[in-house]
Design a protein around this ligand. Structure first.
Ligand SMILES: Nc1nc2c(ncn2[C@@H]2O[C@H](COP(=O)(O)OP(=O)(O)O)[C@@H](O)[C@H]2O)c(=O)[nH]1
Ligand SMILES: [Mg+2]
Length: 221
């Protein structure tokens, strides 16, 4: 006899991600999962965001790295409350690790939590952490072929920050190609061209972030 099982059997990460998402929803805390190659500028973007609009949004950061708390120290220096997760070799964060980090930053009292994932364009995209949106960073020196080579990560993004735009005149990088490639993967992707070091283009990102945080908080009241 065959028995039809309509209930999807969830893996442990998905179960934790669902719980995290409910936590963020109940507390009106917008959670963003930030994914990119190492060195594209995740920490610099988060730090600059905290410096520039930390008076308008209460921001916390969950940092993921294989080793060290260097990035947690950097974002704390910018004024954010932060906790570091050392994955000790793992190439991505898990939803369970994020659950364990939330009380350390008092996430329930924050407007925005950034999760800076372990740097790479492969593994993090396969693991839901319970975030409301994914922010993928691609920096100009990495080359314009990355969306074509790593489509899975870009197809799941909600926002693309093309960082280090200050270097565009010095590097062979076609913005047109990147934009066409990512739009073919995700037509509604929000794209901002920014420089986290000069501040160029950052206002558009801040406007998006503040509007999204406001809408998210409003939806649940
Ligand atoms: N020229 C330039 N350098 C940047 C920019 N953003 C970050 N960097 C530099 O890129 C390096 C890596 O940045 P980091 O934020 O640590 O990258 P992460 O590994 O993605 O967190 C650092 O030396 C930053 O100063 C930018 O917009 N322009
Ligand atoms: Mg970093």
């Amino acid at each position: 006899m065959k028995v039809a099982l309509n209930k999807k059997i969830l893996d442990k990460n998905t179960e934790c991600a669902i719980r995290n998402k409910a936590f963020f929803r109940d507390n009106k805390t917008l959670c963003l999962n930030v994914i990119s190659s190492p060195g594209s500028g995740k920490t610099t973007i988060i730090s600059k965001t905290v410096t520039d609009i930390g008076d308008k949004l209460k921001i916390g950061v969950v940092e993921g790295d294989i080793k060290t708390d260097i990035d947690a120290q950097k974002v704390r220096a910018a004024g954010a409350v932060a906790v570091q997760i050392e994955t000790r070799g793992a190439c991505h964060l898990t939803a369970e690790q994020v659950t364990g980090a939330l009380s350390a930053i008092g996430a329930g009292d924050l407007d925005v939590v950034f999760i800076e994932n372990v740097g790479n364009l492969v593994c993090p995209s396969a693991f839901d952490l319970g975030e409301q949106a994914r922010v993928v960073v691609l920096s100009v020196p990495e080359g314009d072929d990355k969306p074509a080579k790593y489509p899975g990560t870009f197809a799941k993004a909600d926002v693309l920050l093309i960082n280090k735009i200050d270097l565009i005149d010095y590097i062979d990088f076609s913005l047109d190609r990147v934009i066409a490639d990512v739009r073919s993967l995700k037509p509604k992707l929000e794209i901002f061209q920014v420089s986290a070091t000069t501040g160029e283009g950052m206002q558009g990102w801040y406007d998006w972030l503040q509007a999204r945080a406001r809408d998210f908080a409003g939806q649940k009241s």
